[in-house]
Design a protein around this ligand. Sequence first.
Ligand code: NAD
Length: 470
Amino acid sequence: MIDYSDNRYSKLFDKQKSQQLAMGRTTYKERIKKLKALQTALEDTYKQALRDALYKDFKKPQLEVDLSEIYPVVDEIKFVNKQLKSWLSKQKVDTPITLLGSSSWIKNESKGVCLIISPWNYPINLTFGPLVSAIAAGNTVILKPSEMTPHTSKVMCDIVNDLFEEHEVALIEGEVEVSTELLKLPFNHIFFTGSPQVGKIVMKAASEHLTSVTLELGGKSPVIIDDSSNLDKAVKKIVFGKFLNVGQTCIAPDYVFINESLKSAFIESFKKHLKIFFTENPSHSDSYGRIVNQKHFERLKGYLEDAISRNATIAIGGASEEKENYIEPTVVFDLPEDSELMQYEIFGPILPVKTYTSMSEVLEYINSKEKPLALYIFSKNKKRINDIINNTRAGGTCINHNLLQFQNHNLPFGGSNNSGIGKSHGYFGFLEFTNQRSVLKQHTLGAIDLLTPPYTDFKQKLVDVTMKWF
Ligand code: NAD
């Protein structure tokens, strides 16, 4: 058993632990009050500070901060605000006739002390989004954002210190070592968003305390464009989905399958939309950000060099500027299967394209890989769309667009196996931070009370009748 007594965060943990039942007893109104305070901080008090911080961290355009960082959290708060009263009310369920004289219900109760570890790519969205669910469920929370976006982490820390007592929500900034220390503590739930590699470390650490986990991970999300689709519209949407946040999006298209016959039209349309979105030179466009840091810049540059060394075709882009961590939007064809771009999650502005002649080869390829976080289909053919869905597995699917599945809080968001365990958003996120406690109350003596020892022939007959008829 791990001794966590000298862990430097154990005092904070103990403080939160001592408050967990009090937090769990708070009413839905008290929880909503906290969430509304967070909403005001995001929409008003700290909005400009957050925009400035994300610009300093990786030149994220202001509109993208509003659209993809602040709005999703505010929208989640509004959704929870409408539903929380009913989520926290007694969920009555039927009781079978064999338990006549009893009633049954589910009590959605808080899990206790929770840890949220988040990545750098959408630091506000992926730190405060799960926090909304955790607060709604009545937990105390320790947040550990990524060390790679320090300016944003600093502002998020100010917000947390401003709005919450340390014993309810605390944010700890710092490097990987901070997560390592925190992971030694016996949390009641860990919500991790990040890579599958680190997800395994988190799950292993959680197993020491049998802590439940939500793992929101990544992977290679494919796009299929068939010959019935409106190609130009599909390409426009993919250019948006792929280059939002410079491709550093967990559900961004990782690679595209197009029907062989569409290849040259695809390239022409892609060039056209890139130019409309980001001008002839995206490095001068205010709508195009940067790679988060030099380490990731070099990783992506390495993928491109590997592709070139294997005689892949750079159909569009390929340029980069090291001192700016800038990589041009890039489209690559003819990649061998063992190239780095086809082996690893890209998480950057490089899009491999594969051509196909039959849909069965596409499905076979996708099914030979880990289950993706997202699978996108551009097609007008209903039968084909159903065939693709029924013959593949993925965390989520968007038909005739990409990324949008994230924004509907009525849908569970998450992966499957290598792309994740558990779901977030709306009621699904709330449930991750909730223990669904089953309660059965006996009002009058029931049939079961006739069956206590000593077991007699009469009681055996009663059991026989019950098993036959009920
Ligand atoms: P990462 O796994 O490197 O880091 C995520 C978090 O884990 C950070 O806070 C980091 O400090 C911490 N961490 C890193 N190494 C650790 C270790 N050895 N022990 C404990 N903690 C550690 O991921 P990242 O680079 O920040 O983000 C990119 C990855 O996240 C991609 O794979 C992407 O697909 C995935 N992602 C998934 C979602 C989703 O919702 N499913 C969303 C965004 C990003």
